[in-house]
Every structure is written in structure tokens, then in C-alpha cells.
Design a protein around this ligand. Structure first.
Ligand code: ATP
Length: 237
């Protein structure tokens, strides 16, 4: 197997005195899609934030492309090639689609063809139709796509997506699934946090089930799909 892009070993995190992650370990490999699934409050968002240095965390190892990212500020982690799309999207609502994309533009990485607005519009055809529209004139789902597209303009090798399907129309969820498949086909690894089991199952190669801040299952999506008892117990599906 290839060397992992992202290595997470014994990751713990707390908000004040309340511990919420208890020693999580997993890896993300180049070009794969892995889902962190679990119930509301299980710790999925906190896991992504801890990787990006956005919440106080400790780990035996937290590394991207073999380099420790413990203690690095978030923007430096992003510049190493780890993109992050938070739950609340954070696009610039006063800027147009095109302007938002330009804000995200960073140097290309050796061996990967650089993302351009034209390439992204092929991936997200509905964004192509609203290039001049401002963020505040877009639906939640469209904003979510723009947020992902803007992150891709940074030419990441891996991207962390926090609940990409949350609160968006079914037709956009479908487009989002296609976009994740296309990112994978373009060689971008994806770690996604999801509560929408059907969405996660349809696009992921592997899964980690998180329950109360601990990993209950880690393996192929096929294996998780085959274990109805575990899913019923940990995900309620
Ligand atoms: P959701 O799908 O609701 O986002 P999640 O699996 O992503 O769930 P987290 O958001 O990581 O879960 O939350 C894990 C635990 O940490 C929950 O018990 C939550 O109440 C708590 N928590 C999250 N954010 C904070 C915060 N800023 N301060 C204190 N506790 C928090």
C-alpha cells in the first residue's frame, strides 16, 4: 500500500474540561475517499478541526505527507496541500462566484494539473451558469459547491469535507456525490464527515464509525454495508 497522505495516531481533544475525542487513529491514503460517520455529537467535526489545528488537541502523531503538523497554524497546514471545507462554508457573500474562486487560487503542485475556474466549471456545471452571481444570491447547496471549488483552487492533495450534504436539496446532494467522485478521479483524496449514511456509502472506499469520541469500526465501506447490526447500533440506519 502507498505511504499515507494523512496519519492520525492517538488523537484526543477537549473543549475546556470536556474531553470529546479519545485516542483516534486512522490514515488517509492518496486518491481515496474515507468517511467519518457517526451520530450527532459523536466527534466528527471535532476530528476535522483537530487535524486542522482549530481546536486544542494532542496526538502521538499527526502528519501530512510524512511531516508533523502538530502545532502548525491552520493556514500553514492548508498550504502544505490539505484543504478544509468547514460545515459553515465561509464563502465571501459579497463577492461573485468568479471572485471567490480567484481568492482561493494558489500555486500548482508538482505532478498535479492545476485547478482553474474552467476546469471547476466542468466539475460543477451549475456554478458555470452563475459565474457573475454574488454568494448571497446563492442557495445553501450552491454555496457549498462554491466553497469546495474555492478550496480546490488551492490545489490540495487532500481535502477535508465537513458534512457536505447537510441541509441541501436532494438534487444538489446528487451533484455533490458526483463532484466527490470526480475529485477522486483527479487524484484528490477526500476525508468526509457525514451523517447522511446513503450519501457517504455511495461515494466512500472506506469508513470509520465514531461513537462518543472513539472509533468503533474501521474498514471498507463494503464491510460496513454488510454489518447491519453495527450500523443499527452506532448509526441508527
Ligand atoms: P454534528 O454532526 O452534530 O456536528 P459531530 O459528530 O460532528 O456532530 P462534534 O461537533 O465534533 O460532533 O461534537 C462532539 C462533542 O463535542 C459533542 O458532545 C458536542 O456537544 C461537543 N462540542 C462541540 N463543539 C463544542 C464547543 N465549541 N464547546 C464545547 N463542546 C463542544
Amino acid at each position: 500500500m502507498s505511504a499515507p497522505l494523512l496519519e492520525v495516531r492517538n488523537l484526543s481533544a477537549a473543549y475546556g474540561r470536556a474531553r470529546v475525542l479519545f485516542g483516534l487513529s486512522f490514515e488517509l491514503h492518496p486518491g481515496e475517499v474515507m468517511a467519518l460517520v457517526g451520530r450527532n455529537g459523536a466527534g466528527k467535526t471535532t476530528t476535522l478541526k483537530a487535524i486542522m489545528g482549530l481546536v486544542p488537541a494532542s496526538a502521538e502523531r499527526l502528519a501530512f505527507k510524512g511531516r508533523s503538523i502538530v502545532g502548525l497554524p491552520t493556514y500553514r497546514i492548508a498550504r502544505l496541500g490539505l484543504g478544509y471545507v468547514p460545515e459553515d462554508r465561509r464563502i465571501f457573500t459579497d463577492l461573485t462566484v468568479e471572485e471567490n474562486l480567484e481568492v482561493g487560487r494558489r500555486e500548482a503542485r508538482a505532478g498535479l494539473s492545476p485547478w482553474t475556474p474552467e476546469r471547476l466549471f466542468r466539475l460543477f456545471p451549475n456554478l458555470a451558469e452563475m459565474q457573475g452571481r454574488r454568494g448571497n444570491q446563492m442557495s445553501g447547496g450552491e454555496q457549498q459547491m462554491l466553497s469546495i471549488a474555492r478550496t480546490l483552487m488551492g490545489n490540495p492533495e487532500a481535502i477535508l469535507l465537513d458534512e457536505p450534504s447537510e441541509g441541501i436539496a436532494p438534487v444538489i446532494v446528487q451533484m455533490m456525490a458526483e463532484a466527490v467522485r470526480a475529485m477522486k478521479a483527479e487524484g484528490v483524496a477526500v476525508l468526509l464527515s457525514e451523517q447522511n449514511w446513503a450519501f457517504a456509502a455511495g461515494i466512500s472506499d472506506r469508513a470509520c464509525v465514531i461513537e462518543r469520541g472513539e472509533i468503533r469500526f474501521q474498514g471498507s465501506m463494503q464491510a460496513l454495508m454488510a454489518d447491519a447490526a453495527l450500523r443499527a447500533e452506532t448509526l441508527g440506519v
